[in-house]
Write a protein that binds this ligand. Structure first.
Ligand code: LMR
Length: 349
């Protein structure tokens, strides 16, 4: 009797042990308990972001803001590394570097993208956009949508528009107040056929060159004039090599923020959403910041440098508008009826 009780006791204990350990080992194999080491093994994703301007510019600061916002939104899973001032790639080779995936993000000026998608020339048409409101409407509306699509099929994807500001004309020779003042100037320009045509109409010569070479090439006399925003003129210290700036606001300098498409598609959908959220926040921040920075850097130029700044009279501006009008006919068919129709209302106002 006693031995029967012991046998039953051992059988019950054995069974309970088997159930307990069997069950737990199943837990171990299906649901891994939280463990920090396991968490740390999740792949850290690095986005290399290359651009050509200084850090204290609208694009430079937006890139830094994006670094922080991505870090927060992705819980530190994605690290954006920014390479400013063309230290990795310059205007000549950054697009190809992006296509190859050597960097994952760039933010070139619209003019520089016009060789890939000629529809970006819309922003180079003189006085096509009269103010910031019309620029933001373009970014957020059908113009922006067309431009987003126009860059597809290049293994790049556009994530946003970023702002800098309206461009001004500068010279080391004399004030540029009427079209005849442009004679005898050689302008550094971005690679855009519409800007080239604009300079021809004004009677100036032009040379395309990367932004990183502008200062040196003005200094050595290869060019003696250029067009850019107050922010770029100030932060690149172009006031040291240019003596006159005209507030012409003749065209807008903005950026298409691009990501390598293969890289983008390789990300988990959740991470893509988080990066897009970060991009949206950064882009709205950049809009406000860009306006403030250009105002502030214009003031710094006025107060802290010897450069002379001129405003155009309404009559002088009218003469610029008239002289540059042929650019519209020259580029209408290249840009296309649809986009050209969309900026018409800006002109009739
Ligand atoms: C320029 O080349 O003048 C500008 O596009 C530089 C920039 O990216 O703002």
């Amino acid at each position: 009797m006693k031995s029967a009780v012991s046998i039953i006791f051992f059988l019950v204990v054995g069974l309970l042990t088997a159930i307990l350990f069997g069950f737990r080992s199943e837990l171990w194999t299906t649901e891994k308990p939280y463990d920090e080491l396991q968490e740390g093994m999740k792949e850290r994703i690095v986005i290399k972001f290359s651009h050509v301007v200084a850090e204290n510019t609208p694009k430079g600061l937006a890139a830094e803001k994006f670094v922080q916002t991505v870090k927060e939104k992705t819980n530190d899973r994605v690290e954006v590394q920014v390479f400013p001032n063309g230290i990795l790639y310059s205007d000549n080779n950054e697009f190809e570097a992006l296509q190859r995936g050597d960097v994952q993000m760039i933010a070139p000026a619209f003019s520089k993208l016009s060789n890939i998608s000629s529809q970006y020339l819309i922003f180079d048409l003189p006085y096509a956009f009269p103010d910031q409101v019309s620029i933001h409407e373009a970014f957020d509306g059908p113009i922006g949508e067309i431009l987003f699509h126009s860059i597809e099929k290049q293994n790049v994807k556009q994530l946003a528009f970023w702002s800098n500001g309206f461009k001004q004309m500068s010279s080391d020779k004399q004030p540029l107040l009427t079209p005849k003042d442009f004679k005898g100037h050689t302008f550094r320009i971005m690679s855009s056929k519409a800007i080239e045509s604009q300079m021809n109409l004004l009677g100036a010569k032009s040379v395309v060159m990367p932004f990183t070479e502008v200062y040196g090439n003005i200094k050595s006399g290869i060019v003696n004039a250029q067009e850019n925003t107050f922010s770029n003129i100030y932060t690149k210290q172009l006031y040291q090599v240019q003596s006159h700036v005209t507030i012409s606001n003749h065209a807008y300098l903005g950026y298409a923020v691009l990501v390598n498409e293969d890289f983008w598609n390789s990300l988990e959908p959740e991470l893509r959403d988080q990066i897009e959220e970060a991009m949206l926040e950064t882009s709205y921040w950049n809009r406000v910041k860009a306006i403030a920075m250009n105002d502030q850097q214009q003031k710094l130029l006025e107060e802290k440098t010897n450069i002379s700044i001129y405003e155009l009279t309404p009559e002088q501006k009218e003469e610029w508008v008239r002289t540059l009008q042929p650019v519209y006919d020259q580029f209408h068919s290249i840009i296309g009826d649809e986009l050209m129709g969309m900026i018409k209302k800006n002109h009739n106002e």
